[in-house]
Design a protein around this ligand. Structure first.
Ligand code: ADP
Length: 523
């Protein structure tokens, strides 16, 4: 049977609690044949009861006992079994209780009237009770449908993307209705099957083409089966206003009117969900495009400005040296050579940062951690920045017995260079730059504080974003907005964290705080 096959294919995890509607229909037809048998049984029992009660009740009133049996049958079996029960009751009463007994003949006119009235009353009562039962069942069916629809709406409302909506919808319809469904959408003018019941994995070009027609016209299509065994397809449009967003293909032998209405309600709910996710996805794509464009122009302007500034100094100093020859004294020549070296180093740091940034954005920054001495790393960073840091008073406040840290020393050196370079760029000459650290459980917490202008509280988390600079287009200090983004990338890659706070209570000064893992702690 088709239904059996479908039900067993559905993933049981996704199957909601209610009975599939198709199963309910089947249960009803089975109940039909059983209820005729039940009707006979009830009437046999009623006859026994009447035989027992015969001793205490006048014979005429025994018809009430039979009537009660008919009502019972009507309320569980419907109109057919209740009519059968009426006739069975009529026959049993005639056979057992009217004179001459144990024959179907009737001698007395009064008995004939009683029998006729019994039959009439029991048919009327039985059909009334049966109608009540049908109404109650219809009501139960529609409550069930509303519940299924409600659960469907809830499930697809939770789905975060169009693809997730499609899968949730297909799973739900397959499980609750016991039919096979496939959902089609158009992408770049091509119709694609985006979600389907497990049994529909194989491509069916005819159905795909029919779904394309439904999406184009917004009208439902029925694809008749081409063999006596295979079921037909109903293809419903998933419409939001004038636009058809998708086509819902349902494969089933027969779809009852109520079930079709439920499927149409599913399609309407689906349209709402697709409208929501499509909008979110369009907005997200637009946001990404803007972001990429912003990054691109920031990178271009940074490259043109920050590569050229040191180059201009280098070319200027080198030309002066080349052309001036003996006109310059030895200390002046020394000065020019020093400029070339410093600017060359600046260029080198900049290129290093660009490289690190590329590795960070590709997720390729993997630290090679070894037990390292922080003091040694600090020493290397200071050496690289010796001329930038020359005007500052560097103070170290570290525990006497400094634990080794489990880090990639080259990356941590770059991190310190970026942070110290900023301190040297923004803090006034002759001010103090303090490096203080202490162990905190399995971490070493290091803070680098300067006495510069500080970073406004509202920008303290943004400074870790790529290309973010507190004063946009600030040309006073050379910078790219990359230094702290890379610093965060490096700390993250070590599993630590990094943040900014003010150095002084009046909110002046910048302190960059970060944590790195202590070696041998299994972090
Ligand atoms: P930049 O190359 O511009 O210095 P960073 O990513 O290193 O890029 O820093 C981002 C922004 O944070 C800087 O443009 C600057 O405005 C601010 N900033 C960073 N460090 C300091 C500091 N020590 N003092 C003041 N402002 C700072």
């Amino acid at each position: 049977m088709l239904q059996d096959a479908v039900i067993s294919e559905v993933n049981p995890i996704n199957r909601p609690r209610q009975m599939p509607i198709f199963r309910l229909h089947r249960a009803r037809t089975h109940a039909g044949s059983r209820s005729y048998l039940g009707a006979c049984l009830v009437m046999v029992m009623v006859t026994f009861a009447a035989r027992v009660l015969e001793a205490t009740l006048p014979v005429g009133e025994l018809t009430l006992v039979f009537m009660a049996g008919v009502v019972v049958v009507a309320s569980f079996g419907g109109p057919g079994p209740s009519i059968l029960a009426s006739f069975a009751g009529f026959a049993a009463y005639n056979y057992f209780f009217t004179e001459p007994r144990f024959t179907f003949r009737v001698l007395q006119e009064a008995d004939l009237v009683t029998l006729g009235l019994f039959l009439l009353a029991s048919i009327v009562t039985g059909s009334l009770a049966a109608r009540l039962r049908t109404r109650a069942m219809a009501l139960r069916g529609s409550v069930e449908r509303i519940t299924i629809l409600h659960e469907f709406a809830q499930q697809i409302a939770r789905a975060p993307s169009s693809q997730a909506v499609a899968h949730a919808a297909v799973d739900h319809v397959t499980a609750t209705m016991g039919v096979e469904v496939a959902l089609f959408r158009t992408f770049a003018d091509a119709v694609e099957k985006i979600a389907y019941s497990p049994a529909l994995a194989v491509e069916n070009e005819g159905i795909k083409e029919a779904c394309g027609r439904t999406i184009a016209s917004g009208e439902p299509v029925i694809v008749a089966s081409n063999s006596a065994i295979s079921p037909e397809w109903l293809i419903l449009p998933v419409r939001a206003g004038e636009e058809t967003l998708a086509a819902l293909g349902i494969r089933s032998r027969a779809i009852e009117r109520d079930d079709r209405r439920l499927l149409e309600a599913f399609a309407s709910q689906l349209a709402l969900a697709f409208e929501r996710t499509d909008l979110t996805e369009t907005l997200e794509a637009a946001r990404l495009a803007t972001e990429t464009e912003k990054l691109r122009s920031a990178l271009l302007s940074s490259v043109s400005h920050d590569l050229r500034t040191p180059l201009v100094s280098i070319i200027g100093a080198a030309s002066t040296l080349a052309e001036g020859g003996d006109r310059y004294t030895e200390p002046m020549r020394q000065d020019l050579a020093e400029t070339i070296r410093e600017e060359g180093e600046r260029l080198d740091r900049y290129v290093q940062n660009l490289l690190d940034m590329t590795r960070l954005s590709h997720g390729a920054l993997r630290p090679r951690c070894v037990a390292s001495d922080l003091l040694e790393i600090i020493g290397n960073a200071r050496r690289r920045l010796r001329s930038n840091l020359a005007p500052y008073k560097i103070v170290l406040s570290l525990p006497d017995s400094m634990p080794l840290i489990d880090v990639d020393p080259i990356l941590i050196e770059q991190l310190l260079v970026n942070v110290l370079d900023n301190a040297a760029k923004y803090a006034p000459d002759n001010s103090e730059i303090l490096l203080s650290g202490h162990a905190e459980s399995t971490w070493l917490k290091l803070a680098i504080s300067d006495q510069g202008p500080g970073i406004p509280a509202q920008a303290r988390s943004d400074v870790f974003e790529m290309f973010y600079r507190v004063t946009a287009g600030d040309t006073q200090r050379a910078g790219t907005g990359l230094g702290l983004a890379i610093a965060r990338g490096i700390v993250d890659a070590h599993g630590g964290d990094i943040y900014v706070q003010a150095t002084n209570p009046d909110e002046s000064g910048t302190t960059i705080v970060f944590r790195l893992p202590i070696a041998g702690q299994g972090v």
